[in-house]
Design a binder for this molecule. Structure first.
Ligand code: C2E
Ligand code: MG
Ligand code: MG
Ligand code: MG
Length: 286
């Protein structure tokens, strides 16, 4: 009897595994054709200056609509693309489309808007990244100052010669670097000075319930103070209410991002959103 139930358990386990595996394979195969089949898109979320309320930049966030599975979160398919070697292809697509979009907005009456693009460690470590970036900026005639790359701390764990060279080419183009999800990873902070990072992005996990957690308030306060003394700007992600926005503004945090102002929007909605409320906008009118 024990043997029997053991067998059943094993079978159950196996079918659970294979279901998960086949879903993974389905996604991996699907990702290969997602660009061609036009299943990918980018949404943009405003970054708001906490003192003035102005919006000078927006973050590009990749979206994938799978015909069978539906909308798949980037938290699922980005790690998959990293493991299956497809992140280079996806990353290039995001970079090109975000740059093209930024140029379009400049022409449409938002001449000072900049874009932030997320870059995976695996993508950056590939030798061609910096060259691809240089070529795209030239091709679309966009100055590097309008682009900020959001990297995670893990990039700096294996900061070898190649990465150093790549980052120095990138910064030579005038492109700035931000550390995304700051506070969740690596704790040796020497890299902040060594690589001339411009912005620290305080992780959502410290921000979303900030008003209910004195621990998170202490962490966020320490990050903002440290960033200020190093001459870096700070932005808090995941702000969902006015109280949190006000609290962070009083602390001296420079910018905020979150549902309090806006969810990520379709590109076509952005000029309307920015132009609807003039104090939000740092741009010359259309
Ligand atoms: P991230 O770069 O830290 O982006 C912030 C995430 O928080 C986004 O999720 C955004 O939609 C969400 N968010 C913004 N405001 C709020 C808020 O007020 N409350 C809550 N609960 N969430 C908020 P999303 O778009 O699902 O992206 C998840 C992650 O996927 C990103 O985290 C980033 O690490 C990755 N990702 C997205 N697009 C790309 C891409 O083009 N390339 C790479 N390499 N990674 C990407
Ligand atoms: Mg980001
Ligand atoms: Mg983040
Ligand atoms: Mg994140």
């Amino acid at each position: 009897k024990a043997k029997e139930s053991g067998r059943n358990q094993y079978r159950y386990f196996q079918s659970g595994m294979s279901e998960q595996l086949s879903q993974q394979l389905c996604m991996e195969r699907g990702l290969r054709n997602a660009i061609e089949l036009q299943q990918l898109s980018i949404q943009y979320q405003p970054k708001v200056c906490l003192q003035s309320g102005m919006i000078e930049s927006v973050e590009a966030l990749l979206r994938w609509e799978h015909p069978q599975i539906g909308e798949i979160s980037p938290e699922v398919f980005i790690p998959l693309a990293e493991r299956s070697g497809q992140i280079g292809m996806l990353g290039d697509w995001v970079l090109e489309n975000a740059i093209r979009q930024c140029v379009e907005w400049h022409k449409a009456g938002l001449p000072e808007l900049s874009i932030a693009v997320n870059v995976s460690p695996a993508q950056l470590i590939r030798g061609r990244f910096a060259q691809t970036l240089a070529r795209l900026l030239e091709q679309y005639n966009l100055a590097g100052q309008f682009l900020l790359l959001e990297l995670t701390e893990s990039v700096f764990l294996e900061a070898g010669q190649e990465l150093r060279q790549s980052l120095s080419v990138i910064q030579g183009l005038g492109v700035r670097l931000a550390i995304d999800d700051f506070g969740t990873g690596y704790s040796n902070l020497a890299y902040l000075k060594k690589f001339q990072v411009s912005q620290l992005k305080i992780d959502r996990s410290f921000v979303t319930n900030l008003m209910d957690s004195v621990e998170n308030q202490a962490i966020v306060t320490a990050i903002v103070q440290m960033a200020r003394s190093l001459g870096l700007t700070t932005i808090a992600e995941g702000i969902e209410d006015k109280q949190t926005a006000d609290f962070l503004g009083q602390l001296g945090c420079d910018k905020g991002q979150g549902y309090h102002w806006s969810r990520p929007l379709e590109a076509a909605q952005m000029p309307g959103f920015l132009l609807a409320d003039t104090p939000l906008l740092k741009a010359t009118a259309i």
